[in-house]
Ligand binder design. Structure first.
Ligand code: LIP
Length: 266
């Protein structure tokens, strides 16, 4: 895989995310309409999610017709190039619906089967239009935001600033809260921002020391994981054969401590 190709994919993702982010932002200002609920009543999709995904899919098809596609709202379409685009048109949909600016357009190009167990993420963008920030990465070329190279944090004696999230299914909340209590001994505090891709971008940017969450879908984390690794951090998925695999990300020390705490038997 050449550096030129990963850069080209990353530039395309950034360009498309700008248009997609503007569309999401405009639709938000016009007022959000709930289109449907998905796995549970709390798991929503808006008209804007669908419209933004359609725009991204059209632009990718026009630029790279041979590539595959895997999107949160419209599912999978196989390609012939060995590269698949993994897209969350609006990550943080509940924030979006409530008017909280922590939502983003997340686009990743992956090589291999479009399965996080084996794929290699080549290029990534997380564009948060209401925050005016774009985080991007190309494999082997670092992670960037507005001309600044991103770097994860080193562990400090004050404890780690961690983020997490909770599943949409109320039946999972008790277990997720038990997980939070497991990591509290190493935390200085915990954030729940409501957008997994942004949590990962913040780990890459050194605004969080670590992040963990169960039950994420591939489009929630495809782009964010490359941001973290290209910023010098580590990412691991555990319990991959369970219904709700755990994603753990952070600077190397914090990641190792999270991994130890979250995988030890009790
Ligand atoms: C959501 C995440 C959120 C997480 C939810 C869900 P959506 O993505 O980013 O932080 O806790 O489980 O995956 O549904 O807004 O694209």
């Amino acid at each position: 895989m050449t550096l030129a190709l990963t850069l080209e994919l990353s530039e395309l993702a950034i360009e498309i995310s700008r248009e997609a982010g503007e569309l999401a932002h405009t639709r938000r200002q016009e007022g959000v309409r709930l289109a449907a609920t998905k796995s549970t009543l709390a798991d929503i999709v808006t008209d804007a999610d669908r419209e933004v995904e359609a725009l991204i899919r059209d632009r990718l098809r026009a630029a790279r017709a041979e590539d595959g596609f895997l999107g949160e709202e419209t599912g999978a379409e196989a390609g012939g190039s060995g590269i698949t685009w993994v897209v969350d048109p609006i990550d943080g949909t509940v924030n979006y619906a409530y008017g909280i600016p922590a939502y983003n357009v997340s686009i990743a190009a992956v090589r291999g089967e479009p399965d996080p167990a084996s794929w290699e993420v080549l290029a990534a963008v997380v564009n948060a239009p209401a925050l005016g920030e774009i985080f991007s990465a190309a494999l082997g070329h670092g992670a960037w935001s507005g001309g600044t190279r991103l770097a994860v944090t080193e562990e400090t004696p004050a404890g780690a600033l961690l983020a997490t999230g909770f599943g949409y299914d109320p039946a999972t909340h008790e277990g997720d809260l038990a997980t939070v209590s497991r990591v509290m001994p190493m935390a200085r505090d915990v954030r729940r921002m409501g957008a997994a891709a942004l949590d990962l971008a913040y780990v890459a940017a050194g605004r969080l020391d670590g992040y963990f969450e169960r039950g994420l879908r591939p489009w929630d984390f495809a782009a964010g994981t490359l941001l973290v690794t290209e910023a010098g951090g580590a990412v691991t998925r555990t319990d991959v054969d369970s219904a709700r695999p755990m994603l753990i990300a952070g600077g190397r020390d914090v990641h190792a401590r999270l991994l130890a705490l979250l995988t030890e038997n009790r």
